[in-house]
Write a protein of this length. Structure first.
Lengths: 330, 330
DNA sequence: GTCAGATGTCGAAGCGCTTCGAAAACGTTT
DNA sequence: AAACGTTTTCGAAGCGCTTCGACATCTGAC
């Protein structure tokens, strides 16, 4: 069973190869009758264009690269939601997705770009000082970053506005009358790595609290039950009047609740808890939360990349955080 | 800056295009001096072969498709470990990975196969009755499945030997003198969906317990704290002598421990707990566990696929489970 | 010194598609 | 009926690579 080529379709439909091509691409007008005949032949023969040949002739692979930070300690559910959304959206634009891991580094990007395997690149979890960023500037292929590097000039970046998110949490707690609050953040290493979103959340939270003249502090937070429990205990011992807690660490949020329960503090009666985390986690635990809109992020990133592929200019995008009130704050 | 082609390299090195090609592919002997000259030119010019052209001429895209079940409720960490491992291993064989989601269904597989985008397919989380399986049999492209469908005849499948895993847990508990035990499994829907690994674990566990003349039962297990807690309570109330617990549900295992704590049962003094879950979770909670060897699974799957790409026969593979004793059993 | 077989290199023919320029077919207008 | 635009279709030239057969050159055996 030889594979069906465009020549087979042309022969079957009684037209020239180029006519078939134009029917399929729509780049030139073809009469309705011919078009229909060609389309029928395509269907009958089960024709699928050869991707390599198409890429070679048109200089468009119809593939984008998705570079994921597949190292440990990432927020997996968010990553998956994001990846799913990228794949689905790319398909809507008739593109496929080549999966790469960050540990191929700049060389990997150079390779796929130079080999014309992909038309554009999507990098997730870009760090503040990222070795790949300067390369992306030089590459002919357009790219979109998830997250903001230190110098985003000339790049297209998409992210949740974490600063606003942090502020929003402080605001929510303040409006409910809480005067003393704390942010439990990512593990220490995440801050050390210079991960932008963690820092910006903290900054936004503290700034808003300060602006409102509230007592607030931010502490890193590891992810085992024991460490979380001791961090929570320390915090409550040191600040007996503390009644508002923001948790920006989806792996730890369950443990925080457990620790509060163990310490005899009820949520939300004694302590209000706001989480910044994916929706499913918050939903499951009925937590008031700012969700991480992974799906929207993926969709928008692809949209921007497709715009750039079409030669349109595309600026950066900060998604507005949305707070969903559930049962953990009062 | 026009992109560098093989003709540029040939000109620069003063040889024929075909010679460059043979140097790069190693398919014909080339003298050491010529070879070196060509390699130097490649380096100097920064040449990367055009993937489309290569695919077109050689009928090999050097890309494999990875089809992930990116729906909710999956075990994300395992999935990610697996994906990482697949990408890394594929790169070792000089292949890239095209990411697809299961919800493109059979049509998606047909499309990428027919368009010669990929040379082979890797499907994760194959279900017992999977619509895609019959298609895979017809496809010219070789494929490897993670998980076993009902009829694996003629297919190459890789999986952890879950039946052995279930048995191993029963065996471990039995050897420690536990006479009454239970398996907390996946949520009900997972069984209803006919997910093979869940069923096989249960079967292996129950069979081994029966063989040893122990009292054992298996119950499904949802993933919210409240549901887990009530399931655990029910179980312990109904079987006061129950001292051995196997948990095959990574999302629930934390809750199980919490529930036991809440019921005043200490682990491992009152109840021994064996988990079947990814290593990181077990490690974090210091649980005796059978780990899900996601990385090995990915590596072996790629290895088998590559063998098939080279025309070698490749049978199915069941990975032997390994039990790691930590602090939750006695 | 000649010849058979290695060994190393070259040229050219595609692979299946897109795209450009031009030809063919068709109405309209004179 | 000729001349002119339009619309529709065709043919051919690549895109950058692999691969096959053929040619050159070099061995060693006789």
């Amino acid at each position: 069973m030889r594979t069906v080529t465009i020549a087979d379709v042309a022969r079957h439909a009684g037209v020239a190869v180029s006519t078939v091509s134009y029917v399929l691409s729509g780049k030139r007008a073809i009469s309705a009758t011919t078009r229909q005949r060609v389309l029928d032949s395509v269907r009958v023969l089960g024709y699928h264009p050869n991707a390599g040949a198409r890429a070679l002739a048109s200089k468009r692979a119809n593939v984008i690269a998705l570079v994921l930070p597949l190292r440990a300690g990432m927020n997996l559910p968010v990553l998956m939601q994001f990846a799913t959304s990228v794949v689905a959206t790319a398909r809507q634009y008739d593109h496929d997705v080549l999966l790469m891991t960050a540990d191929e580094g700049p060389d990997g990007l150079r390779r796929v770009a130079a080999s014309a395997m992909v038309d554009g690149l999507l990098l997730m979890d870009v760090e503040v000082h990222d070795a790949r960023v300067s390369l992306l500037r030089k590459l002919a292929e357009p790219s979109v970053l998830i997250g903001f590097p230190a110098d985003a000039e000339g790049l297209t970046c998409v992210d949740l506005d974490f600063q606003r998110a942090g502020a929003l949490c402080a605001e929510h707690l303040a409006e409910r009358g809480h005067r003393e609050m704390a942010l439990l953040g990512a593990p220490e290493v995440v801050y050390e790595r210079g991960t932008g979103f963690a820092e910006r959340t903290r900054a936004g939270f503290l700034a808003e609290a300060t602006r409102r003249d509230l007592s607030a502090r931010a502490v890193p937070c590891e992810e085992t039950y024991d460490e979380v429990a001791s961090a929570v205990k320390l915090l409550l011992d040191a600040h007996p009047g503390l009644t508002g807690l923001v948790v920006h660490n989806e792996a730890a949020v369950g443990h925080v609740l457990g620790a509060l329960r163990a310490l005899g503090r009820s949520v939300p009666d004694d302590v209000s808890v706001v989480a910044i985390c994916p929706d499913d986690i918050a939903e499951r635990a009925r937590l008031t939360s700012v969700l991480i809109p992974a799906e929207e992020l993926g969709r928008e990133a692809v949209r921007l990349l497709m715009a750039k592929l079409d030669g349109l200019p595309a600026g950066s995008l900060l998604l507005e955080p949305r707070l969903t009130i559930r049962e953990s704050t009062r």
